[in-house]
Ligand binder design. Structure first.
Ligand SMILES: Nc1ncnc2c1ncn2[C@@H]1O[C@H](COP(=O)(O)OP(=O)(O)OP(=O)(O)O)[C@@H](O)[C@H]1O
Ligand SMILES: [Mg+2]
Length: 240
């Protein structure tokens, strides 16, 4: 291996045309992420956090520069190859949960596995394990509308981890949750990070998330303004 980074961006640039002007959503970003990181990307609204996560998640491509994810340059991938990278190696957690309302909790968590060619039995075992991680085994048959916001986000976490991806990208995962639910899901994610060595990258404004992360990257106008190591204590996490 060329380096120990799971994810590496090199002079990463993303330009959006705004009318006849051009806006640099990411402006020469150089970052490396190692296995089992628990990192937050912070910064003002419009600073490029979601754009960065989308490119790392191979949902979007750079305008210039490079983003290498698990040894693959996302800018070189075909749509099919990008989908394969996402299906096997990347889990997404969104602010709005993005659960499928007509399906049960079990079916929502099972969904990413349908693309991996597993038997029904294998899928069932994996879904059960994922629901155990987020403590929702007893709600497997419920529909999302029958759950609280915190429970929905736990289903979304289960859906993201069920295939044990190397990387989980979480865009404002606590934005729709109250303080208690936020701490619960952050604790769950921290446990998964420890046990499964999953790399977590959060985009967030939320102080509660910032108390948990071990590295804080600050974006301002699409540039890395700060990159800090954080060492949260248990008391700090609870806001004491
Ligand atoms: N599809 C698009 N077309 C045009 N401009 C876009 C597009 N997506 C994002 N932008 C612009 O790029 C900049 C960065 O957006 P981005 O969504 O990455 O910010 P963010 O840091 O996630 O903000 P927030 O905290 O509000 O979620 C913003 O100025 C935004 O308006
Ligand atoms: Mg955003």
């Amino acid at each position: 291996m060329e380096n120990s980074f799971l994810i590496k961006t090199k002079e990463l640039v993303k330009i959006y045309p705004i009318g006849w002007k051009k806006l640099a959503a990411l402006d020469h970003v150089n970052l490396g992420f190692e296995k089992a990181e628990f990192t937050g990307v912070v910064g003002p609204s419009g600073s490029g956090k979601t754009t960065l996560l989308n490119i790392i998640g191979s949902l979007d491509v750079p305008t210039a520069g490079s983003a290498e994810v698990l040894g693959k340059k996302v800018e070189d991938l075909s749509n099919r190859q990008a989908a394969a990278l996402r299906n096997h190696s990347i889990g997404f957690i969104f602010q709005t949960f993005n659960l499928l309302p007509v399906y049960t909790v079990f079916e929502n968590v099972e969904f990413p596995l349908l693309l991996l060619g597993l038997s029904a039995d294998e899928r069932k075992q994996k879904v059960r394990k994922a629901l155990e991680w987020v403590d929702l085994v007893d709600r497997a048959k419920s529909k999302p509308a029958q759950l609280s916001g915190g429970q929905c986000q736990r289903v979304a976490i289960a859906r993201a981890v069920v295939k044990k991806p190397a990387i989980i990208l979480a865009d404002e995962p606590t934005a729709n949750l109250d303080a208690e639910n936020s701490h619960n899901i952050l604790q769950t994610m921290e446990e998964l990070n420890r046990e499964l060595k999953t790399t977590f990258i959060f985009a967030t404004h939320d102080e509660k998330v910032i108390r948990y992360i071990r590295r804080k990257i600050t974006l301002v106008d699409g540039k890395v303004a700060k990159d800090e190591v954080m060492n949260p204590t248990k008391a700090e996490r609870k806001g004491q």
